[in-house]
Design a protein. Structure first.
Length: 123
């Protein structure tokens, strides 16, 4: 059979075209980014996404039989939870950790001493 005159049966498989983008580097990037995404989703227990964006444009002004393909791999990682910090405001609009309207207690540490004799209580 003469392949030059063969009529295409249908669209070329998508993965075959993607495999040729940037000599295979696009697939390598996708594999690396997918691996990163899975790790972060497992760590955070939150959703993320991986998007392949393809842009196709004519290579020349007057002829669209030759096209340029540009790919963009977009990775959106889930954001880990961040703890909030409780702060108090002062009269001059600053922030502080201690409540400025609350009286301070003069607390001190208790020495860690063991009692000399322990009494036993019958059961």
């Amino acid at each position: 059979m003469d392949h030059e005159n063969a009529v295409p049966i249908g669209p070329r498989p998508f993965l075959e075209a993607i495999r040729e983008l940037r000599n295979g580097r696009t697939l390598d990037d996708l594999a690396d980014q997918l691996n990163t995404l899975v790790a972060v989703v497992r760590d955070t227990n939150k959703a993320g996404s991986l998007t392949l964006k393809l842009s196709i444009r004519p290579a020349t002004r007057n002829d669209a039989t030759t096209v340029l393909l540009e790919d963009e791999v977009i990775l959106k990682l889930p954001k880990p939870d961040r703890a909030a910090t409780l702060m108090f405001t002062t009269d001059d609009n600053n922030l502080c950790r201690d409540n400025p309207r609350q009286q301070k207690l003069n607390l001190r540490g208790v020495p860690d001493e063991q009692p000399a004799d322990l009494k036993k209580v019958p059961a």
